[in-house]
Design a binder for this molecule. Structure first.
Ligand code: ADQ
Length: 453
């Protein structure tokens, strides 16, 4: 028996050999320093995926990755995870597209992943599973006799009960989620929505321990990256053009068409801004196999053309719309050059771009964050201008206010948000979750009450 404790991360994707951004970058640095294992899909599709586990090491972290067949991946990932759970958990029931076959595929991949993980486990491992792709993973593990502690963190919002009830097979999914020992959410609202749904629909099933763990960033490292010499200088004409920046995955939850409409309205209502302001939107396409994403891309291109045609002239482009992916080394100095960070998702678990924008700012001359009140980050970043992304007038007013805000107010708002970033950083997020997961078995309380109130 191996007596040393080891953290095992299970996520849809394993980090690539060289990886940046998202969940991977936040956790990776810490995991490389302690004995740990990261298990998930390699990103590779193979007609016959049996017996093809690949393993490699990054520091003390071992990465174990399996391929999937194109058919299994399509039903599990495109079909149920991104065709049902993603839209429904973001309150877009109109985009939900359920088939029995996709649901079966989702369960089969979860079962397959649990079977592949089992021989890699040691007795003293603690297993931390991530996100909506793996809601039933713990139930599969328990069915295989895996006894180790199993914690789960949901990166996206949990829907309110009136919406969640419309998800086909929701009761089975809730039962399976209750096989975890600890369930972590981004916000208290998400946690309460889950507990309320369980109490309403599955009163006989004991709810495991739950907690709120808002994911953070590494503010000091991000600030250092932002201070580096910019790879691109977007607004070099000091002060003449004020930059507004938005960076997202191209996703219907991120509120891009609504944002473009609000920006169009700002330009209409404030002709004095013409020639003096520019919105840069970076939005690489994602999940291109899911039909709703192709439609969104089409609509957005049309809206961008409309703004450019209506307001632009030969000397000034009001909008720069870029689909190409850029890494953090490019983005962080760009955030620092912008006067406004415009982050207006219609619904978002946390939204790390909002936190990265704040971290990148020069504290002596910071930019202003305009943030949707429906992003998890809005619960923490009280120095942002909070807006309803569905109301173009409100968003346009906030942009206008941000562009004219006094230096003193900008500094004060930034100071408050910087303090929040430091007090709840990515390392604290990881440590708090793991401390709670280690403690949970000994407590044996199964009430659904918050572990860390
Ligand atoms: P995402 O929906 O992918 O993640 P987000 O938090 O905005 O959303 O971004 C995650 C990471 O990807 C950030 O580090 C960000 O910088 C990077 N990223 C986003 N767009 C990018 C772009 N165009 N180019 C380069 N990098 C980009 C899910 C949930 C979120 C939650 C995160 C983490 O949907 O609500 O905040 O997980 O828990």
């Amino acid at each position: 028996m191996d007596r040393l404790e080891r953290v095992v991360i299970v996520a849809n994707r394993t980090p690539a050999v060289k990886s940046a951004g998202g969940l991977a970058s936040g956790l990776l640095d810490a995991l490389k320093k302690e004995r740990s294992l990261w298990f998930g899909w390699s990103g590779e599709l193979r007609e016959d995926p049996s017996n093809t586990l690949q393993q490699f090491s990054q520091g003390k972290l071992t990465v174990a990755a399996i391929p999937l067949s194109p058919e299994a991946h399509n039903r599990y990932y495109n079909g149920f995870a991104n065709g049902v759970l993603w839209p429904a958990f973001h309150h877009r029931l109109d985009l939900m597209c359920f088939t029995e076959d996709d649901y079966t595929g989702y369960l089969e991949v979860n079962q397959h992943m649990a079977e592949q993980l089992r021989p890699l486990l040691n007795d003293n491992d603690i297993i931390w599973v991530h996100d909506y792709h793996l809601l039933p993973f713990a139930a599969m593990c328990r069915g295989l006799g895996i006894q180790q502690r199993l914690g789960f963190f949901l990166h996206i919002p949990f829907p309110v009960p009136s919406v969640a009830q419309a998800i086909p097979r929701i009761d089975e999914l809730l039962d399976a989620m209750c096989s975890y020992d600890l369930l972590g959410f981004q916000t208290e609202d998400d946690r309460q929505a889950f507990v309320a749904l369980c109490r309403e629909r599955r009163p006989e099933i004991p709810i495991p321990q739950t907690g709120v763990y808002p994911i953070g960033v590494d503010p000091h490292a991000l600030r250092r990256e932002a201070e580096a010499k910019p790879v691109v200088e977007l607004w070099p004409d000091a002060g003449k053009i004020q930059g507004i920046i938005s960076v997202d995955r191209l996703d219907y939850t991120k509120g891009l068409p609504e944002r473009f409409k609000a920006y169009g309205l700002l330009l209409e209502e404030h002709p004095e801004l013409h020639g003096n302001v520019q919105l840069v939107q970076i939005a690489p396409p994602s999940r291109t196999d899911v039909p709703a994403y192709a439609e969104l891309r089409h609509d957005l291109t049309a809206l961008a053309g409309e703004i450019l045609g209506k307001h632009g002239d030969l000397e000034w482009q009001p909008l720069v719309y870029v689909e190409r992916q850029h890494d953090r080394a490019v983005l962080m100095p760009l955030y620092r050059q912008a006067r406004v960070g415009l982050v207006t998702p219609l619904k978002d678990g946390m939204n790390l771009v909002a936190k990265e924008f704040v971290a990148a700012q020069d504290p002596d001359d910071p930019g202003v964050l305009v943030l949707s009140r429906f992003a998890g980050a809005a619960c923490q970043l009280d120095g942002a201008l909070l807006v309803n992304p569905h109301d173009p007038g409100e968003v346009a007013d906030a942009m206008r206010y941000a562009l004219t805000m006094s230096l003193e107010e900008r500094r004060a708002r930034h100071r408050r948000m910087w303090a929040v970033l430091c007090a709840s950083d990515i390392d604290g997020w990881r440590r708090r979750f793991l401390v709670d997961l280690k403690a949970v078995r000994t407590q044996k309380v199964k009430t659904g009450e918050p572990l860390s109130a």
